[in-house]
Design a protein around this ligand. Structure first.
Ligand code: OGA
Ligand code: MN
Length: 208
């Protein structure tokens, strides 16, 4: 069963997504889907689908544990929970296209698992090396959290957004929260947590 998009305050989303460039949507993913996604992540992990994440693309891809410490598995539409999630995000993609004329053609996403002590240093999601690569451009970044409900206040693992010319914002990786931000300009980082941290990171992009 594919859940419907939760009612969104579109006027608010459209006001803030261009500038300062982000919107945080608590409880965007229904609790039952979060649970199904968490279980599917674990299954895929046991099946050996996860690998250390790299930085950049293609030949420029490097694995540098100090900078980026997650392990990932790209979502496949043949996985049931992933399919429901991809459908939901596709609805969001279409609405954003209609309202903001972003010309986003595709969405790609991966499960991510950060072990305690691992984070992801400050970065921007649009890779320079992707220009002209036939991969399109990342326009909108999304992160959805799959942790057990009630992430402890002292566990760390916040996503910190650094909008240009505005105050940084710390987001707790609470189950079901979806964070949406601009891929081209929003610097951000993942602080290390003292417990395992589960998420889906994804990107809406143009086609070349
Ligand atoms: C990423 C990323 C943020 C998060 O995967 O590029 O910035 O909160 N993730 O997991
Ligand atoms: Mn990122």
């Amino acid at each position: 069963m594919i859940p419907a998009l939760p009612p969104l305050d579109w006027a608010a989303v459209l006001t803030v997504l261009p500038e300062p460039g982000y919107v945080v949507l608590p409880d965007f993913i229904p609790a039952s889907l979060v649970t199904a996604l968490r279980h599917e992540l674990r299954e895929q992990e046991v099946s050996g689908r996860f690998h250390a994440a790299g930085i950049g693309r293609g030949a420029a891809q490097q694995i540098q544990r100090q900078i980026r410490g997650d392990r990932i598995a790209w979502l496949e539409a043949s996985w049931p929970a992933a399919a429901a999630y991809l459908q939901l995000l596709d609805d969001l993609r279409q609405q954003l296209n209609r309202e903001l004329f972003l010309g986003i053609a595709e969405y790609e996403a991966h499960y991510a698992c950060y072990e305690p002590g691992n984070g992801y240093g400050r970065h921007i999601d649009r890779h320079v090396s992707m220009a002209g690569s036939g991969q399109g451009q990342r326009v909108i970044s999304t992160v959805c959290y799959l942790n057990e409900p009630g992430w402890p206040a002292d566990a760390g693992g916040e996503l910190v957004l650094y909008p240009e010319g505005a105050t940084p914002l710390s987001v707790t990786p609470e189950a079901g929260t979806l964070v949406v931000f601009r891929s081209d300009s929003m610097a951000h980082e993942v602080l290390p947590a003292n417990q395992q941290r589960l998420s889906i990171a994804g990107w809406m992009r143009t086609r070349d």
